[in-house]
Design a protein around this ligand. Sequence first.
Ligand code: SF4
Ligand code: SF4
Length: 86
Amino acid sequence: MTYVIQEPCVGVKDTACVEVCPVDCIHEAEPKEDTSNLPMFIHPEECIDCAACEPECPVDAIRQEDESEDRWIQLNALLADEYDNS
Ligand code: SF4
Ligand code: SF4
């Protein structure tokens, strides 16, 4: 299980979640192109499911994987792949 960042993060990206993550697994999308329409992402293989980030988000953009829409799960995974391969 992992946590997933959803659409409301786009345009906010205040990094409040990054500040509390104990394993530093929340990142900005790699700037290969314009990232202004992308949310931050949680690396699904690094997240330890501690839930520390969820209450910190001012726009309620962070949810558990099983409460997230597939498109956001897939986007977080895609951005994590790009991050790993950059
Ligand atoms: S659930 Fe915990 S480990 Fe996972 S992204 Fe949030 S703060 Fe980081
Ligand atoms: S706290 Fe919420 S809005 Fe801020 S960067 Fe994290 S997910 Fe995005």
